[in-house]
Design a protein around this ligand. Structure first.
Ligand code: MTE
Length: 307
């Protein structure tokens, strides 16, 4: 991954057009959710910081940074590019295919997905492998609610997340920086963990395109690149999926990619991180601070080998 010093960020440069489109999309989405009867309860019940027992109480990173300092290589490798170009992502109509080792494969429309489970606000710590971090108030639901829609077969052990490939709208996929579409994967028990969510919004609004609209995986105890954006297909498999980053740099990016301050990236230390918007660095926490909830998933595993 390209290394960029976090303190070189330029303050938010969201264009009026991007802002406008984000608002328009939000209005559309909230109309959809309100019809589904989900939005009123989600918003009436959820207040920042106390909405979910899974939320942390740290101060969220300002919205302008969350939406203007992004990694979404399909829209360019510079941090500021996705905010400028991701308005081109086509987010409607949107379907999600769930297949592979399942009894009955399904294709769900985004409107039906939004009705599957009540939306929760989850304030999560997010740690990028490049050494920066943010705190983001996501709006979403557990990945488990989605996976339960199909009956996985007994030999299904992994889940592959395949993201959108829209060459006509994505200026970045012309480059060979990664193998497209962007693919990520989790072990089935990781995907079923209650902390793993599908985000459909942040800061109470629909996901901005640059953050992975309309469906984005969020796995807060792993490095940010595991959280695939704009998911179109979920495939159950019996073999560890080969992810885009593993293909690009097998010695640098492992399948597990759990946040681990004790295991350095071959080119830099992972011991500390810079929270976007702050000046001094802080210590990186094991499993990004979620160890109490997730460490039992890795009992008996050598985390240096399974990095
Ligand atoms: N998903 C897709 N489809 N394409 C990407 O380039 N980048 C990943 C991840 N998901 C990426 C992606 C990386 S490297 C990170 S750190 C996070 O998204 C960044 O998410 P954010 O821009 O919302 O902070």
């Amino acid at each position: 991954m390209l290394i960029r010093r976090a303190d070189s960020i330029i303050p938010s440069e969201i264009t009026p057009r991007a802002l406008f489109e984000r608002r328009r999309d939000f209005l559309r989405l909230s109309a959809g959710i309100a019809l589904a009867g989900v939005l009123p309860s989600a918003h009436a019940k959820l207040g920042p910081g106390k909405s979910s027992p899974y939320s942390i109480s740290e101060t969220p990173t300002p919205l302008k940074h969350v939406t203007s300092y992004n990694n979404y290589y399909e829209f360019g490798t510079d941090k500021e590019e996705p905010a400028r170009t991701a308005h081109r992502l086509r987010v409607r109509p949107w379907t999600l295919q769930i297949d592979g080792l399942v009894k009955q494969a399904k294709t769900l429309g985004i409107e039906d997905i939004l009705k599957l489970a009540p939306l929760e606000e989850r304030i999560y710590r997010m740690r990028c492998v490049e050494g920066w971090s943010m705190v983001i108030p996501w709006l979403g639901f557990p990945v488990a609610s989605l996976l339960k829609q199909v009956q996985p077969l007994g030999n299904a052990k992994y889940v592959e997340f395949i993201t959108a490939n829209q060459p006509e709208n994505m200026p970045g996929v012309g480059s060979r920086v990664l193998d497209w579409p962007y693919v990520e994967g989790l072990r089935l028990d990781e995907a079923m963990h209650p902390l793993a969510i599908i985000a459909v919004g942040l800061y109470g609004e629909a996901l901005p395109n640059q953050n992975g609209a309309p469906l984005r995986l969020v796995v807060p105890w792993k490095y940010g690149f595991k959280s695939g954006k704009s998911i179109v297909r979920i495939r159950f498999t019996d073999r560890e999926p080969r992810t885009s980053w593993m293909k690009a740099g097998p010695s640098e990016y492992g399948f597990y990619s759990n946040v681990n301050p004790e295991v350095d990236h071959p080119r830099w230390s992972q011991a500390r991180e810079r929270r976007i918007g702050e000046f001094s660095k802080r210590k990186t926490l094991m499993f990004n601070g979620y160890g109490e909830q997730v460490s039992q998933l890795y009992t008996g595993m050598d985390l240096r080998k399974n990095f």
